[in-house]
Design a protein around this ligand. Structure first.
Ligand code: CUA
Length: 324
């Protein structure tokens, strides 16, 4: 890129304006950003500078002074239309080229389905047959994200990759990236989607090929190997985003706290009450609107198909471990 002589645009550490450049498109995006930024700076200083200078230079010094009769200048008018016009076309052509690059995924991508829901992201690895709540990708390979939402509008954003795309219900949107260096970067939801919007902040992990293979073989870390059922449940509680709405210390969040929940008699919105046992907890994950607890909005999404029996058991054991 001819603009790279400025060097500021191509760096592996974050700058004042931008996070690290961790994808193949990041450098181009930043170059364009800095081009527009410095252009604006030059014009701002030039125009405001001239204005301030003229205000002093040509100020009225005596009562008898009259304004000189100035006629238009065609040369000047053509210049101040043509030069900014050409610069705008440069911005357009440059931006359009990068936009096409970002919009059209290469043909050899690895595909991951991304589902946004209140309030977490889940990932389905198309080839690998994995369902995870953590985004892990191998370095040096193009990855295509096919995204949709279960409920409201979310927006998938990885600042370090310079990709951002709205995630809508009943529709698919696509984004792609390739990250060549292993590392960890932020993933956020950048469209306000309700109370726990901020808890959709998570991580993407770029790993080496070997590490990726090991991760896939372990079932995407969702198998709980080597963990007790309670510890596995605790891990799922965080990974699956339960913690967005349920506290474990008795404090109020969007949903009932898990502290002391097991064994309790819970008053329901329909006036009846229910004893919190294993079956009730299982039902609440699969069909959350079957028994809505009094005083809470019916907003929990169903985790049916997202949790296997072992995971449901682990979550139940974890909730029981939080006291009767
Ligand atoms: Cu999802 Cu904000």
């Amino acid at each position: 890129m001819w603009f790279n002589w400025l060097k500021i645009a191509s760096s592996s550490s974050p700058s004042f304006w931008m996070p690290v450049q961790a994808s193949t498109v990041a450098e181009n995006i930043d170059s364009l950003f800095y081009f527009i930024y410095y252009l604006c700076l030059i014009f701002f200083i030039g125009i405001i500078g001239a204005m301030v200078y003229f205000v002093f230079k040509y100020r009225k010094v005596s009562e008898s002074q009259t304004t000189i009769d100035i006629k238009g200048s065609h040369t000047l008018e053509v210049m101040w239309s043509l030069i900014p016009g050409l610069l705008l076309l440069v911005m357009f052509a440059w931006g359009f080229r990068d936009w096409l690059n970002m919009s059209i995924p290469p043909s050899n991508t690895m595909d991951i389905r991304v589902t946004g829901q209140k309030w977490n992201w889940s990932y389905q690895y198309v080839r690998e047959g994995l369902q995870t709540s953590e985004l892990v990708v191998p370095a040096g390979r193009p990855v295509k994200l096919i995204m949709s939402s279960k409920d409201v509008l979310h927006s998938f954003y990885i600042p370090a990759f310079r990709i951002k795309r709205d995630v809508l219900p009943n529709r698919y949107t696509v984004a792609w990236f390739q990250s060549n260096q292993p590392g960890e970067h932020y993933v956020t939801c950048t469209e306000y989607c309700g109370t726990a919007h901020s808890t959709m902040a998570s991580k993407v992990r770029v790993v080496s090929d070997e590490e990726y293979k090991a991760w896939v073989d372990s079932g995407g870390g969702a198998g709980g190997e080597g963990l007790s059922s309670v510890d596995f449940g605790k891990q799922l509680f965080e990974q699956k985003g339960c913690n967005a709405c349920h506290s474990i210390d008795g404090s109020m969040k969007v949903g009932p706290s898990f502290k002391g929940l097991a064994g309790k008699s819970e008053a329901l919105a329909d006036g009846s009450s229910v004893q919190v046992d294993d079956n009730y907890l299982r039902d609440s994950m699969n069909e959350p609107n079957k028994h809505v607890v009094k005083g809470f909005p019916p907003v929990m999404p169903s985790f049916k198909g997202q949790l296997n029996d072992k995971q449901i058991d682990a979550l139940i054991d974890y909730i029981k471990s939080l006291g009767q």
